[in-house]
Structure formats: C-alpha cells, structure tokens
Design a binder for this molecule. Structure first.
Ligand code: GDP
Length: 296
C-alpha cells in the first residue's frame, strides 16, 4: 500500500496529541520533530519539509490551539490543511481549448507509464462524452505503437499512426488535421521517452509542441521514484513549461515523497493519479483526499 510507512508514523504522532487536554509548546515541538522525520523518511523534498513544519508550528502555536477544548485535534487539523495546500489545495482540472481540438501532449521518461496513461486518459474523456483521438508519436520504443493500438482497441478510440518510420513532428501535424476533419474534440499525443533526459529528446518535444500547440502538456512520472520524479518534473518544466503532472503507480508501495513535493517544488499541479495497470485506473488528483489518505 502507498504511504503506509508515512501514514502509520503520523498516526502514532497524532495519537499522542489527540487525547491531550492541554497542548504545550513543547508538545507541538516534539510532535513536529517526529512529523519532520516521517516526511523526510517518506522522501519528501528537504526544503518542502522545512517550510511545511515552520508553517504548521506558526499556526499551531497561535491562539486557536490554546483556546480550544480539543487542542490535539486542532493541531491535526492544521497539519491536514497545510498538507492539502502543499499538494495544490483543490483538484486542478484539464483545460480545454476554445478552438477544438484540445491538444494534450503526454511527455515523460521511458517506463513512467506514458502510453498506458494516454489510453486511460482517452477512456476518462470518453466517459465525459468527449471524442478523443490517440496519436502514436513514440516511434522509438519497440512496440509502443502496437501497445497504444491495443489500448485504443479496448475502448474503441481510434489511434492515429504513420508507422515508426515517420517523423514525430509530421505525425503530430497530420494527426491534428485528421482530428479537425473528423470531428475529434481532443487529441492525445503519446510522445517518445528516453531512459534519461537528454537534449535530443527535449528538442524533439519542443518541435512537436511548436506544431501541435498543446493546451495541456502533461508530464507522466512514476511515483515510486520519489525525489527522482520531482527532479524529472523540474527539468521537464524548465524546458517545456508543463501544465500538469500525472503520478503513476500510486497502487504500489510508494513512500509519498513525489506526491507531496511535486507541486511545491515545480509549481505544476498534479492533475491525475494512476493507481493500476487497467484502463480505468486513472483518477483526477484531489489533494484533500490524498492528505486524508496520508493522515489516516
Ligand atoms: P511508457 O514507456 O512511459 O510509455 O510506459 P508504459 O505505459 O509502457 O508503462 C510501463 C509499465 O508500467 C507498464 O508495464 C504499465 O503497465 C505499468 N504501469 C503504468 N501505469 C501504472 C500504474 O498506475 N500502476 C501500475 N501498477 N503499473 C503501471
């Protein structure tokens, strides 16, 4: 289960606070020391932890707690609210272009779950009565096109492909034309990834972006990779100006660092969470629900 270690550590810290009739400054400091350690162990970015603890302390040592009959609960509530705010506050929705089709460009490193997520996103949009077109622009990874076709086949969403000898920029341009001519209101472009960020990859993605003019550029990152996911998000954002992040593999035993740090470090909201390999396993990311899950 994701966040298990973090959740159980926080629950034990809060268990001690919950019953207290009076919460002293020492109690708050002690609790925050433990919360700090728990967050660091969950691989949350160091600076993010520092600021988070400072914010919670400032609020917890204010009047609100001292006056309350249930001061422990007030501290827990402050932590909950700050954690929610850290992850973006409320659900960040997909933007739509007022000149259809809306183009969503999916980017990310190889293995993060980009192709799978493209299929899942098409499924989600289809359920909202949109008409998506999937575009196979990953011409490097063997079987990426076939994989997208299989996903599209499962949900009856067409996949635009020019095979793996075509240039991804041409694929994007022709796909857009095809979408306009055939009434697709959303185009999801599955771009190529690499094992590591390199200049050739970024150049290719910028060329696709310049042609496709995406409304959404979504970075797909593997939540299991913790701080690496945050670093990847930072690099992609610097180069491509992301509009959002999709965290995948939240069904695994991720410690939580990426989910908690990505928004605070990059400024990009997490828009979706993927929680499994199946086509329906994608959900809009709700910071408040995630905070409740982490705090147990
Ligand atoms: P890409 O190289 O970024 O296109 O990655 P893929 O879409 O091929 O995904 C890589 C692997 O991760 C595949 O085996 C997927 O089934 C798996 N995967 C993707 N998303 C999830 C997820 O949310 N949970 C789990 N458990 N596996 C996932």
């Amino acid at each position: 289960m994701a966040f298990e270690g973090l959740a159980s550590r926080l629950q034990s810290v809060f268990g001690k606070l919950r019953g207290k009739g009076k919460v002293t400054e020492d109690d708050v400091n002690e609790a925050m020391r433990e919360v700090r350690l728990a967050l660091l162990e969950a691989d949350v970015n160091f600076k993010v932890v520092k600021e988070f603890i400072a914010n919670v302390k400032e609020k917890a040592l204010g009047q609100e707690v001292a006056k309350s009959f249930t001061p422990g609960m007030v501290v827990i509530d402050i932590v909950n609210k700050e954690l929610t705010a850290l992850m973006g506050g409320s659900n960040a929705r997909l933007e739509r272009s007022n000149r259809p089709p809306t183009v969503i460009m999916m980017v990310g490193l190889q293995g993060a779950g980009k192709t799978t997520t493209s299929g899942k996103l098409a499924r989600l949009l289809q359920k909202q009565n949109h008409k998506p077109l999937l575009v196979a622009a990953d011409v490097y990874r063997p079987a990426a096109i076939k994989q997208l076709q299989v996903l599209g086949g499962q949900i009856n969403v067409p996949v635009f492909t020019l095979g793996d000898n075509a240039n991804p920029v041409d694929i994007a341009a022709q796909a857009l034309q095809h979408a306009k001519e055939n009434g697709f209101d959303t185009v999801i472009i599955d771009t190529a990834g690499r094992l590591h960020i390199d200049e050739a990859l970024m150049d290719e993605l910028k060329n696709i972006r310049d042609i496709a003019k995406p409304t959404e550029t979504l970075l797909v990152v593997d939540a299991m990779t913790g701080q690496d996911a945050v670093n990847v998000a930072q690099s992609f954002n610097e180069q491509l100006t992301l509009t959002g992040v999709v965290l995948t593999k939240l069904d695994g035993d991720t410690r939580g660092g990426a989910a908690i740090s990505v928004k605070a470090v990059t400024g990009c909201p997490i828009k979706f969470a993927a929680m499994g390999e199946k086509i329906d396993a994608l959900e809009p990311f709700h910071p408040e629900r995630m905070a409740s899950r982490i705090l147990g």
